[in-house]
Design a protein around this ligand. Structure first.
Ligand SMILES: [Zn+2]
Length: 302
């Protein structure tokens, strides 16, 4: 299962009434922008978050792979486009992106993000949604639509209508959440198994080798990596928990020669506490270099 975010605006009602998402194939200049091209990737079973005017207002599960189909807007219009039949579940309480930006923003990819840094939606149609972002959106949607509402119903003891709607939404949320978790867990397990021998099953910096303390960490973040990069054992390092957080949060980075760079946010007098010093170097391979470079440019705190 893959996840997507569709930006619908004015087209939402018509597309929902036909149970589809739909885009043109080419623009006026004969090009297919990435947010239409991506329609072709959608497969039956994929989950789609529907964004309208600042909020996620529905979630849907595609019932068929993308194919070419007629425009849903006017019966007389025979324009062909990319179409995906999908089962809409409208949220009783939409999720505002801006109000939850603090939780959402760190999970947005640098490239092809559905939302801008200030939380506004980007122009375009279909955007990718990595599993970490999907899990966060699902969690926020559940908080709003299941827990808070259940709480209110307990307080006021009203309404069977709302609970009927939740009966179809809850399984969709539960299913998609478990799929996202499974995909993350499987990907990370495979990654760690492949990567551990490269670092002799010990922290690349300090040599700690207690398996419980070791983490396989990405250089190019999960949210920014392609599926191949997520499995590429050179896109990461084996580090102890302490060094893993320092690396993941950009307090340390490595250059092409494997030499450590330490952020100015860590004062020299504190290096010892964190188990780092400025002469550290790791035994990098040639294939690590592009990923170290990406990490140093995008994650490192200088
Ligand atoms: Zn370490």
């Amino acid at each position: 299962m893959n996840f997507y975010i569709v930006m619908q605006g004015r087209t939402y009602l018509e597309e929902k009434s036909k149970g589809v998402i739909w885009s043109l194939i080419k623009d006026k200049s004969g090009q297919t922008p990435h947010f239409w091209e991506r329609m072709k990737e959608v497969k039956a079973g994929d989950a789609i978050f529907h964004y309208v005017k600042g909020e996620i207002i529905a979630i849907s599960i595609a019932s068929q792979d993308c194919h070419e189909g007629k425009s849903p807007y006017q019966a007389s219009d025979s324009t062909l486009g990319f179409t995906v039949e999908t089962a809409y579940e409208e949220l009783e309480r939409p999720l505002s992106i801006k109000e939850n930006l603090q939780a959402i923003q760190p999970l947005l990819p640098l490239k092809y993000s559905a939302f801008q840094e200030d939380g506004d939606g980007n122009q375009g149609y279909l955007y990718p949604c990595n599993e970490l972002l999907a899990l966060k959106l699902l969690e926020l949607i559940s908080d709003l639509n299941i827990y808070e509402e259940a709480q209110e119903q307990l307080e006021f003891a009203i309404g069977t209508i709302a609970s009927k709607e939740r009966n179809t939404l809850i399984p969709v949320l539960a299913e998609t959440e478990s799929e996202a978790k499974k995909k993350l867990r499987k990907g990370k397990k495979k990654f760690k198994q492949g990567l551990s021998p490269l670092w002799d099953h010990q922290c690349a910096l300090c040599g700690i080798n207690l398996p419980e303390l070791l983490r396989a960490t990405y250089s190019k973040s999960w949210k920014d990596s392609t599926d191949e990069e997520r499995l590429d054992i050179y896109n990461g390092l084996l580090l102890c928990c302490n060094h893993e957080i320092l690396y993941d949060q950009g307090y340390i980075a490595f250059d092409g020669s494997g030499k450590i760079h330490i952020s100015n946010e860590v004062s020299n007098s504190e290096y010892g506490k964190y188990g780092i010093h400025s002469k550290m170097r790791i035994n990098r391979r040639e294939e690590n270099k592009p990923y170290f470079k990406w990490h140093k440019r995008n994650i490192f705190r200088k």
